[in-house]
Design a protein around this ligand. Structure first.
Ligand code: ZN
Length: 113
Protein backbone atom coordinates (compact mmCIF):
# COMPACT_ATOMS: atom_id res chain seq x y z
CA UNK A 1 0.00 0.00 0.00
CA UNK A 2 1.77 3.18 -1.12
CA UNK A 3 -0.30 5.33 1.25
CA UNK A 4 1.85 3.95 4.10
CA UNK A 5 5.04 5.30 2.48
CA UNK A 6 3.29 8.61 1.82
CA UNK A 7 2.10 8.86 5.41
CA UNK A 8 5.67 8.26 6.59
CA UNK A 9 7.08 10.95 4.32
CA UNK A 10 4.42 13.43 5.43
CA UNK A 11 5.28 12.65 9.05
CA UNK A 12 9.02 13.17 8.38
CA UNK A 13 8.29 16.50 6.75
CA UNK A 14 6.03 17.86 9.48
CA UNK A 15 8.24 16.59 12.31
CA UNK A 16 11.25 18.32 10.80
CA UNK A 17 9.25 21.53 10.40
CA UNK A 18 7.96 21.32 13.98
CA UNK A 19 11.45 20.67 15.39
CA UNK A 20 12.90 23.58 13.43
CA UNK A 21 10.17 25.65 15.07
CA UNK A 22 11.02 24.38 18.55
CA UNK A 23 7.51 22.92 18.85
CA UNK A 24 6.70 20.20 21.36
CA UNK A 25 3.79 18.77 19.50
CA UNK A 26 1.86 19.01 16.26
CA UNK A 27 -1.84 19.63 16.71
CA UNK A 28 -3.08 19.89 13.14
CA UNK A 29 -1.84 19.05 9.66
CA UNK A 30 -3.52 20.32 6.51
CA UNK A 31 -2.83 18.23 3.44
CA UNK A 32 -3.83 18.98 -0.11
CA UNK A 33 -4.49 15.95 -2.27
CA UNK A 34 -5.19 16.37 -5.95
CA UNK A 35 -7.86 14.22 -7.58
CA UNK A 36 -5.16 12.91 -9.96
CA UNK A 37 -2.55 12.21 -7.29
CA UNK A 38 -3.52 8.52 -7.03
CA UNK A 39 -3.87 8.85 -3.29
CA UNK A 40 -6.94 7.50 -1.52
CA UNK A 41 -7.62 10.01 1.28
CA UNK A 42 -9.26 7.47 3.58
CA UNK A 43 -6.39 5.01 3.15
CA UNK A 44 -3.90 7.79 3.84
CA UNK A 45 -5.80 8.82 6.96
CA UNK A 46 -5.76 5.22 8.19
CA UNK A 47 -1.99 4.86 7.60
CA UNK A 48 -1.32 8.24 9.12
CA UNK A 49 -3.06 7.27 12.36
CA UNK A 50 -0.73 4.25 12.52
CA UNK A 51 2.58 6.01 11.77
CA UNK A 52 2.09 9.00 14.11
CA UNK A 53 1.93 6.93 17.30
CA UNK A 54 4.71 8.08 19.62
CA UNK A 55 5.76 10.90 17.27
CA UNK A 56 5.38 14.67 17.65
CA UNK A 57 2.20 14.36 15.63
CA UNK A 58 0.54 11.79 17.88
CA UNK A 59 -3.06 12.91 18.26
CA UNK A 60 -2.78 15.59 15.55
CA UNK A 61 -5.86 16.36 13.51
CA UNK A 62 -5.41 15.55 9.84
CA UNK A 63 -7.36 17.82 7.51
CA UNK A 64 -7.47 16.72 3.91
CA UNK A 65 -8.35 19.21 1.22
CA UNK A 66 -9.17 17.52 -2.06
CA UNK A 67 -8.47 19.59 -5.15
CA UNK A 68 -10.10 18.83 -8.51
CA UNK A 69 -8.15 17.51 -11.47
CA UNK A 70 -7.69 19.41 -14.69
CA UNK A 71 -5.93 18.85 -17.98
CA UNK A 72 -4.95 20.74 -21.09
CA UNK A 73 -6.77 19.40 -24.15
CA UNK A 74 -4.74 19.84 -27.33
CA UNK A 75 -7.78 19.49 -29.58
CA UNK A 76 -9.91 22.02 -27.68
CA UNK A 77 -6.87 24.16 -26.82
CA UNK A 78 -8.42 24.63 -23.40
CA UNK A 79 -8.13 23.50 -19.81
CA UNK A 80 -10.85 20.98 -19.00
CA UNK A 81 -11.88 19.26 -15.76
CA UNK A 82 -11.11 15.55 -15.39
CA UNK A 83 -11.70 13.18 -12.49
CA UNK A 84 -8.98 10.66 -13.29
CA UNK A 85 -5.95 10.24 -15.54
CA UNK A 86 -7.88 7.68 -17.58
CA UNK A 87 -10.57 10.23 -18.47
CA UNK A 88 -11.10 11.56 -21.98
CA UNK A 89 -11.79 15.23 -22.63
CA UNK A 90 -15.35 16.03 -21.47
CA UNK A 91 -15.81 18.42 -24.42
CA UNK A 92 -14.46 16.55 -27.43
CA UNK A 93 -13.95 13.03 -25.99
CA UNK A 94 -10.34 13.26 -27.19
CA UNK A 95 -7.53 11.52 -25.37
CA UNK A 96 -4.79 14.07 -26.06
CA UNK A 97 -4.72 15.47 -22.55
CA UNK A 98 -1.85 16.77 -20.46
CA UNK A 99 -2.68 16.87 -16.73
CA UNK A 100 -2.29 20.45 -15.52
CA UNK A 101 -3.78 20.49 -12.05
CA UNK A 102 -4.69 18.27 -9.14
CA UNK A 103 -1.84 15.82 -9.66
CA UNK A 104 0.08 16.66 -6.50
CA UNK A 105 -0.08 15.98 -2.81
CA UNK A 106 1.43 18.55 -0.49
CA UNK A 107 1.41 19.73 3.09
CA UNK A 108 -0.34 23.11 3.14
CA UNK A 109 0.41 23.99 6.76
CA UNK A 110 0.67 22.67 10.26
CA UNK A 111 -0.32 23.93 13.68
CA UNK A 112 2.02 23.32 16.58
CA UNK A 113 2.15 23.79 20.33
ZN1 ZN B 1 -11.07 18.40 -25.88
Amino acid sequence: MHEMALAESVLDLVENAARADGARRITCIRLEIGALASVVPEALRFCFDAVVRGSLADGARLEIVETPGSAWCFRCAATVPIASLADACPRCAGAQLAPSGGSAMRVMDIEVD
